[in-house]
Design a protein around this ligand. Structure first.
Ligand SMILES: C[S@@+](CC[C@H](N)C(=O)[O-])C[C@H]1O[C@@H](n2cnc3c(N)ncnc32)[C@H](O)[C@@H]1O
Length: 140
């Protein structure tokens, strides 16, 4: 991974179950991912490039990066693009009240905890462990 400044919580892979959920609920099978797993941000910074018609975003979870991706998804939705965002449920925050709620088309609170995969601090690939937060899919 070239972007060595990325924290482990910023770099977690989405399980297939989430894509299956979106396909079943919204009939969308092909989505662009503007924040790919272990992406080299120095070569493509997708916060500054236009996204596609249908996008799936599981953003880095550090507050600054998460906020930047939410704002970008809102900006893209105003250009008639659809953005499905997988986010931790945190409803007492400024981000939720000032950005997500007024701009969302739909919010789906998941009934289960998402099992992400990631490389831990020893560079072992960890999977099948439940994330410590509840999650929601926000459609912008
Ligand atoms: C939580 S991970 C999600 C990975 C993948 N999208 C998935 O859902 O499995 C967030 C990813 O965003 C990427 N990222 C961070 N900043 C980015 C940027 N400015 N442009 C593109 N990707 C970025 C990192 O490589 C990181 O792996």
């Amino acid at each position: 991974m070239k972007n060595r400044n990325l924290k482990h919580k910023d770099d977690r892979k989405t399980p297939q179950r989430i894509y299956d959920y979106i396909e079943k609920k919204f009939w969308i099978i092909s989505m662009f991912d503007p924040c790919p797993f272990q992406h080299d941000v120095d070569s493509w910074d997708w916060l500054n490039i236009d996204w596609k018609s249908y996008n799936f975003i599981n953003p880095p979870y550090s507050l600054g990066l998460k906020t930047a991706f939410v704002k970008k998804a809102i900006e893209e939705s105003k250009k008639w693009k659809t953005c499905f965002m997988l986010l931790p449920v945190s409803t007492s925050t400024k981000l939720f009240h000032d950005y997500i709620l007024p701009n969302k088309r739909e919010i789906h609170f998941l009934k289960w905890r998402v099992k992400f995969s990631w490389f831990n601090s020893k560079w072992e690939f960890v999977s099948n462990k439940c994330w410590m937060h509840d999650s929601m899919i926000v459609v912008f």
